[in-house]
Each structure stands twice: as structure tokens, then as C-alpha cells.
Design a protein around this ligand. Structure first.
Ligand code: HEC
Length: 249
């Protein structure tokens, strides 16, 4: 009899505790009502930095191949991000940034009456024309391609988006800027033979050879312990990767 009573008390206490816990949850839920954000986290529109300068190893787009197949509508949509600062219609006003009509293939600092930065003037001295490659590199990371530019825009990291955008920009007053013929040296898989050309082959065991071996392997950075160990590991002959199809036999 006393045992039953003891269990009643225990069960009662457990139930009471459960009610209290549930009650507290309900009340705090009502007070601290949280809604899931529509977009999770921050979207940072910054180009991806490949480690150890591997970015330089990536082939530039083969404009003769990619421009004719570019998605102009997607390019126009991508221009929405530029419109805060740029007009692109013929004779359009300069805003925070210069009007962009005819900029593809045009001279750097092409818009009359716009106060360009000194950085852009310095860039013009080195690369006077907005070629496809120049535009592509600028739009990938404006501040890296033209250090000190006053175009405060992080860049577009997606290559296809840049291709579409450049193709659409070309349709805005730059139709006369020719699309080059497809370039076999820029086709996927063309990198290795071009880099391992016999005439320019670096001395075996040199830092350059090690770097190229690393590049061919697609992993080792130019500097750092991995590259150093590669140099030490292959003192005599270039690796199979560097000699490629130029075998001495
Ligand atoms: C926050 C404002 C801003 C945004 C957004 C912006 N730009 Fe610019 N852009 C500028 C400014 C300012 C300059 C002039 C840079 C200088 O003088 O250093 C410029 C310069 C340029 C130039 C060089 C023009 C010339 O005459 O040499 C090009 C090309 C360009 N922008 C394209 C774009 C594209 C394409 C986008 C969208 C992907 C974009 N910009 C987004 C402000 C902006």
C-alpha cells in the first residue's frame, strides 16, 4: 500500500515536471518568435582565390567558341548588377560609372566627360583596349585587375555569367568588334602540350620545372613545402608529366 503511494508520488512529480517544461517552451516560443531568413547567411560576391597562383593556370575562355553560343538574355539579366552605376544605351548619361555603350573592343576610358581614376589611366597606359580577355579579367575582380579602380564592385566569379554578359555588352554598340576564330590552344586539354613545348622546356630540376610539374599534377602550389619537396625529389630528370608526349625516344 505504501509502495503504491510512493509510485503515485513519483509519477505525479514526473508529470508535473513535464507540464512545466512544455509550458516554458510554449511561453518562450511566444516571446522569442524567430522566423527563418529567406536567404541564409551573407552572399559575398567575391571571386574565388585559388591557392598558390593556380588561377593563372586556368585557360582564358576561347572567345571564338563561347561568344557565338552565349546566352544573351542571361547576359542582359546579369547587367542588372551593373545598372546601379552604368547606363549602356547610345548617348546614355554617365552616372557613378561611365556609360558603357560600345565599350567592348573600345578604348579604356572610352566615355567622354567621365572622371576616371588615376588607376584606370595607369591601366590604359599598359592595356589601352577593352579586349574580350581584358574585360573578362576586369569583371572577374575589378580591384585586382586595375588596383585602385574606383569601380567598387567585387566581381563576377562565374565564368559563364561573364561570357554571357560580355556577349550581351558587345550587342550594345560593339557589334563591329570581331569575334576571333576558335583558338585550338584554348580548347580544354590544350594546356599541357603548349606549356611543355620542347624549345621552352626548363632545365630539369629547376624551380620552373618543379612548378610546371606541380601545375600538370593540378595540385601543388608554386611555393611552399610541397613545391620544395618536389624539387628535391626530382633532381635529375623532368617527370613524365612535364615531358608529356615529347618523349626522347
Ligand atoms: C558601384 C558602382 C559600379 C558598379 C556596380 C559597376 N561599375 Fe563599372 N565602373 C564604375 C566606375 C566608378 C568606373 C570607373 C572606374 C575608374 O575610373 O577607376 C567603372 C568602369 C567600368 C568599365 C571601364 C569603362 C571605360 O570606359 O574604360 C567597365 C567596362 C565597367 N565599369 C563595366 C561594368 C560592368 C559590366 C558592371 C556589372 C557587372 C559594372 N561595371 C558594375 C562603377 C561601377
Amino acid at each position: 500500500m505504501s509502495g503504491d503511494l510512493k509510485w503515485n508520488k513519483i509519477m505525479g512529480a514526473a508529470l508535473a515536471t513535464a507540464f512545466v517544461v512544455i509550458g516554458v517552451q510554449q511561453v518562450t516560443g511566444a516571446i522569442y518568435h524567430t522566423e527563418a531568413p529567406e536567404k541564409m547567411g551573407y552572399f559575398v560576391d567575391a571571386p574565388e582565390e585559388a591557392a598558390g597562383g593556380a588561377a593563372e593556370a586556368v585557360l582564358p575562355p576561347d572567345w571564338g567558341t563561347v561568344l557565338p553560343t552565349a546566352d544573351l538574355a542571361a547576359g542582359e539579366a546579369a547587367f542588372a548588377r551593373c545598372q546601379a552605376c552604368h547606363t549602356v544605351n547610345a548617348g546614355g548619361a554617365n552616372g557613378t560609372g561611365p556609360n558603357l555603350y560600345g565599350v567592348v573592343g573600345g578604348p579604356v576610358m572610352h566615355a567622354a566627360g567621365f572622371a576616371y581614376s588615376d588607376a584606370m589611366a595607369a591601366h590604359k597606359a599598359e592595356a589601352p583596349t577593352w579586349t574580350y580577355d581584358q574585360l573578362d579579367q576586369f569583371l572577374t575582380a575589378p580591384g585586382r585587375h586595375v588596383p585602385g579602380t574606383k569601380m567598387s564592385f567585387a566581381g563576377i566569379r562565374d565564368t559563364q555569367t561573364r561570357i554571357n554578359l560580355i556577349a550581351w555588352l558587345r550587342s550594345q554598340g560593339s557589334g563591329g568588334f570581331a569575334v576571333p576564330a576558335p583558338d585550338p590552344a584554348r580548347q580544354p586539354g590544350a594546356a599541357a602540350p603548349a606549356e611543355a613545348a620542347p624549345a621552352e622546356a626548363p632545365a630539369p630540376g629547376s624551380e620552373q620545372a618543379a612548378a610546371q610539374a606541380g601545375g600538370a599534377a593540378g595540385s601543388a602550389p608554386d611555393t611552399g613545402p610541397a613545391a620544395q619537396s618536389t624539387t628535391q625529389a626530382t633532381p635529375a630528370a623532368p617527370s613524365a608529366a612535364t615531358s608529356g608526349n615529347h618523349s626522347p625516344r
